[in-house]
Design a protein around this ligand. Structure first.
Ligand SMILES: [Zn+2]
Length: 136
């Protein structure tokens, strides 16, 4: 699932690039025309084009530097009988204290005791440490 900002970036970055390239072509064109004809209105036009292109480049850079963070939801399941804890990717209708299947080692009821979100693709050094931190 893609976040909205990722979609906006994907949609607008090519548009910005085309506008910037067009602006640069106009700028070079006006400067060349000024050098050839020495008509000052071309110099004014080149200034305006340069300002416009600079502003578009700045907006482009702002959009480009937005970091897209994707999250995933993880549920913590605890067995009522043996107390074994495991994590799994959360599904759409999961909630705390929902029964969530049977324990693979003793067959007891598994309850969801926690749901949290984390950044996708981010490595966690010690999984058990994370779990202990959440449960305590
Ligand atoms: Zn169990």
């Amino acid at each position: 699932m893609k976040s909205d900002i990722a979609y906006v970036k994907q949609k607008w970055i090519p548009v910005y690039i085309i506008i910037i390239i067009a602006g640069l072509i106009f700028l070079v064109n006006f400067i060349l025309l000024y050098l050839e004809t020495e008509n000052e209105s071309y110099l004014n036009l080149s200034f305006i084009t340069a300002l416009f292109t600079a502003y578009i480049s700045y907006s482009f850079w702002k959009l480009y530097s937005i970091k897209v963070v994707e999250y995933e939801f993880i549920k913590i399941r605890k067995c009522e009988q043996c107390g074994k804890v495991s994590t799994l990717k959360a599904e759409k209708n999961d909630f705390i204290f929902k029964e969530d299947g049977a324990c693979p080692s003793c067959g007891g009821k598994l309850l969801i005791v926690g749901i949290f979100r984390r950044e996708k693709n981010k490595k966690i050094k010690d999984r058990s440490l994370l779990l202990r931190k959440i449960i305590k």
